[in-house]
Design a protein around this ligand. Structure first.
Ligand code: OXD
Length: 318
């Protein structure tokens, strides 16, 4: 009987055991797709794709015939920046609707925490103080969502459903705009979305154009005493401008989930700043079953000589 054609991939991560975390075992799939840890690879020339999360700088150098590198997450910035990944190798990402819902949940939680003064409520509870604080109706509260990919769209939908006045900054007008949401595209999009917003939520992809985009200029567009929810990438934040905006009161504080260096070093001043709410890059995670399914589908597309549907545009950076 003729043997089914197979395609081999390798798992590359400097921080996690991808196989056990995502349950990446395609044994039940007719073994059309095989995934190996680097130490299981006897002939690197047979490896046609890699599944990655924060691979080492030289991780790809060993595999001369690599055609695709796939991120187990939504972000591909670490792959684009990897010096050992050849320029012509396709880059793919997972597109997980459940991950977008998790992201929306994190954003909604931080929005309400700030707007409904839950930190003060906890302080008051600790001091046995009964002191209701004023609140403003969601419709009159403008929130800027920076980015309109899978994550941004889910956040805008969730906040819109809660009645907030949501302004989305996007590269181009969406094909299917959500009712009740205002969209700003083109060169002035960020300024327009941020103008007079009480909260800015960053979910932009990290590209050369968006590095340091959370800077003094953007903070100054927001309403005085605004809140930043930073769930994009650490490199988006201009830390000196951020410190200045906190000290001037232009920003009341921020929820920070991503950092230039992760884990956030113990000596970093963010840890001690009472104006900040810090979480360890947990705003969302991709769902293991979706990751496994999308890796398998992309590998099969490659095997069949088709461009995987989850391939990104390297030029755009996402
Ligand atoms: C991702 C992330 O890229 O979790 O998916 O940051």
């Amino acid at each position: 009987m003729e043997q089914a054609e197979t395609i081999d991939g390798v798992l590359l991560s400097s921080t996690m055991d991808l196989k056990s975390f995502y349950g990446l075992d395609f044994k039940g799939s007719g073994r059309q797709v095989r995934l190996l840890d680097p130490e299981e690879v006897s002939d690197p020339a047979t490896i046609r794709f890699a599944v990655c999360w924060l691979p080492d700088d030289d991780a790809f150098a060993r595999y001369p015939n690599l055609e695709m590198a796939m991120s187990v997450g939504a972000g591909v910035d670490a792959l684009i920046a990897n010096p050992s990944l050849a320029g012509e190798t396709l880059i793919c990402r997972v597109r997980d609707p459940h991950q977008a819902d998790l992201m929306a949940g994190y954003a909604a939680h931080e929005v309400l925490h700030f707007l409904r003064s839950f930190t003060q409520m906890k302080d008051q509870q600790n001091a046995r103080v009964w002191n209701p604080l004023p609140m403003s109706p969601p419709k009159k509260t403008r929130i800027a969502v920076l980015g309109n990919g899978t994550m941004g769209a889910a956040i805008a939908r969730a906040l819109g459903a809660m009645g907030f006045s949501v302004a989305v900054a996007c590269r181009s007008e969406p094909a299917e705009p959500l009712a009740g949401i205002s969209y700003h595209s083109g060169s002035g999009a960020l300024d327009l979305a941020c103008r007079d917003s009480r909260i800015a939520i960053n979910v932009l992809p990290l590209t050369n154009e968006t590095e340091n985009i959370l800077n003094g200029r953007l903070f100054n567009q927001l309403a005085p005493g605004a809140w930043l929810i930073q769930i994009g990438r650490g490199e988006h934040l201009h830390e000196a401008d951020f410190a200045a905006a906190l000290d001037s009161g232009q920003l009341a504080g921020a929820s920070l989930d991503v950092f230039r260096e992760e884990p956030l070093p113990e000596s970093h001043p963010f840890w001690e700043d009472a104006r900040l709410r810090i979480t360890p890059h947990i705003a969302s995670d991709s769902t293991p079953s979706v990751v496994a399914e999308q890796i398998h589908a992309s590998a099969v597309e490659l095997l069949q000589g088709r461009r995987p549907r989850l391939a990104i545009d390297r030029h755009q950076g996402y």
